[in-house]
Design a binder for this molecule. Sequence first.
Ligand code: NDP
Length: 329
Amino acid sequence: MSYTPSPTRYNTIEYRRCGKSGLKLPALSLGLWHNFGFVNDYDNSRNIIQTAFDNGITHFDLANNYGPPPGSAEEVFGKILETDLKGYRDELIISTKAGYTMWDGPYGDWGSKKYLVSSLDQSLKRMKLDYVDIFYHHRPDPETPLEETMAALDLIVRQGKALYAGISNYNAADAQKAIDILKQLGTPCVIHQPKYSMFVRDPEQGLLDVLGNNAVGCIPFSPLAQGLLTDKYLNGIPADSRVATSGVFLNESHITPEKVETLKQLNAIAQQRGQKLAHMALSWLLKDNRVTSVLIGASKPEQVLDSLESLKNTHFSTEEINAIEAILK
Ligand code: NDP
């Protein structure tokens, strides 16, 4: 079936400036870590992308290793781009990353110039693209000099293979160093992608300040803690949930009685705000103006539509903030 994007796609979603750069990102972006591999149903993957774009989600986030198998999410996305979004490349922000194990031998992992440059070339081939919009170093490399890794990002941007450079999973001190090196090289660090949600608060220990002070954008990943921060696990483990279907990074051991009790208490506050727990978890991140966009995942098109509901109420009263903190302590 041929696809024509909705003509009203830019009517509702908010676009936020990424730090002090020229780049604006939708308040919600879509990540392809799960549900877009060769193992997944292609029509469903395609439907999720179409639903996102129809609702103004212009930013799609990938990495070399997303699948499974690794690389297949980029191939699937490349196919969807070709079939459905061919004429819309200039309306899209496409990101990919390198930093985790991708191929055998000493050049398929971490942060050498050899790995980053080769990996992006492979990603471009898989997606059938000339360039990506954002290229990230996926995780810090304790062995390669940071100067080399950042020089690779600078090179890639100067070659036109990526328009913007970003980092992911860097702590506050390493992020500051990376930002400084990139600034000296003349290719600013435009964005940082940390793990951040109501359940993972590490970025509050200095990273958000570093990003705010240096005018670098922030795009939290796993904002629903992989689906935990929804109402789906309140009464057991649904058969179509990530715990039941994937179980690699989120499994039954994470669904403890204490966690479920916490979720029930958070759910009660969400209901008082007229939201579902998933909405509250996303809007709770968006209340901070240092957060440019929140990077969601989805296993069904309906979840994209549901998560967009979070944008209707991103204001929190002091009482609500305090009540949430009391539960999360
Ligand atoms: P989330 O925390 O948003 O979890 C997404 C999952 O939650 C979905 O697949 C679905 O799982 C469930 N879900 C989503 N929306 C709803 C809803 N409205 N109601 C109920 N359940 C819902 O994010 P992810 O963990 O998927 O990560 C998002 C993206 O972040 C990735 O795709 C990737 O792009 C990026 N990322 C980056 C990393 C990095 O190192 N830089 C690491 C990890 C992720 P289900 O239905 O199957 O239960």
